[in-house]
Design a protein around this ligand. Structure first.
Ligand SMILES: Cc1cc2nc3c(=O)[nH]c(=O)nc-3n(C[C@H](O)[C@H](O)[C@H](O)COP(=O)(O)O)c2cc1C
Length: 309
């Protein structure tokens, strides 16, 4: 996830049991132009394997060249993003924009699969809008191009992130007897119970967790425990969870620098459910999200414990 799955966060997710992690999406155009900020996104660590580097773009030749650049850093998988709905991407014909031009999407996939030896996977949505939910047919075509797995987010591009993810078509793709590659279901899995239900009801090979991991990387542990034992994982304490967020902050600062480390961690601090329900939290929250010094931010985080009822 853009601005979310930086190396520090990916490692923490891994530590909590995520079986596979993905980089933020990486622009193929910027990659072939060697834009420094983009090239930095290819930094992966041994400890986070298996890791996928995800690229996006709309030009088959550029995507193939970008995939070769990605291949040089040897991730386990190269994932192609055909799901991003935002205007600056989909509106320009990349990401989910390619759901309006499936022939071009297929061309891109073929060109990338031919250009690299690493496994290539795809992540996409159900279709462009309610009237064009093409995923069942598209999945077959993508498989025929030689991709090794397909992730489906159960929304259309037009839904952006609204409404509820519709898993029924994900199940239809999975149960299509012509399909034999792993199908990864995605969308609105926010609890261990829902994760179990998605596996059982739709038969998917894996589930992908997005937003529910932001500020809550321990969700992977909770889900895995529930899947394995059929009961909730033993509770983690407030301190244990707080320490994870603090570790994320210090890791980010160490990997980037103080300013960028803080900025990278803010989204997680804003989203974490850990601070929900604390009375009179508003001012602390504002201070926490405005703080520009690591020392001050760590102090604020430490002070939150005394606010617990
Ligand atoms: C802030 C943000 C950034 C995202 N960036 C990406 C991305 O770079 N690549 C991608 O495939 N999906 C991206 N997504 C979409 C998620 O991967 C996921 O498909 C979507 O949020 C639905 O799953 P969820 O309900 O588990 O969050 C992003 C989502 C959010 C909220």
């Amino acid at each position: 996830m853009e601005d979310v799955t930086d190396p520090a966060f990916r490692l923490i997710c891994k530590d909590f049991g995520a079986d596979m992690v993905y980089t933020e999406f990486v622009s193929s155009d910027a990659l072939v132009r060697s834009v420094k900020k983009t090239t930095e996104k290819l930094n992966i660590l041994e400890k986070e394997r298996p890791v996928a580097i995800q690229i996006y773009g709309k030009d088959p030749a550029v995507m193939a060249e970008a995939a070769q650049i990605v291949e040089s850093v040897q991730p386990n998988i190269i994932d192609l993003n055909f799901g991003c709905p935002v205007k600056k991407v989909a509106g320009k014909g990349a990401g989910a924009g390619l759901l309006r031009e499936p022939e071009k999407m297929i061309q891109i996939v073929k060109s990338v699969v031919n250009a690299v030896k690493l496994p290539v996977t795809v992540k996409t949505r159900l279709g462009w809008d309610d009237d064009s939910k093409i995923i069942v047919d598209l999945a077959e075509q993508l498989q025929d191009c030689g991709i090794q797995a397909l992730t489906i987010h159960g929304r259309t591009r037009c839904q952006m992130y609204t409404g509820e993810a519709d898993w029924s078509l994900i199940g239809e793709v999975k149960n299509n007897s012509r399909m034999n590659i792993p199908i990864i279901g995605n969308g609105d899995v926010t609890t261990p119970e829902r994760a179990k239900e998605c596996f059982e009801k739709y038969g998917v090979d894996a589930i992908m967790i997005g937003r529910a991991s932001i500020g809550q990387p321990w969700i992977f542990r909770e889900i895995k425990y529930f899947l394995r034992h059929g009961m909730p994982a033993p509770d983690m304490t407030f301190d244990e969870k707080l320490n994870i967020l603090k570790r994320q902050l210090t890791d980010n600062i160490q990997k980037l620098d103080e300013r960028r480390g803080i900025i990278h961690t803010r989204r997680h601090l804003a989203a974490t459910p850990l601070f929900k329900g604390i009375s009179h939290f508003r001012e602390t929250r504002i201070a926490m999200l405005r703080s520009e010094s690591a020392e001050e931010l760590l102090e604020i985080l430490d002070s939150i414990k005394s606010m617990l009822n």
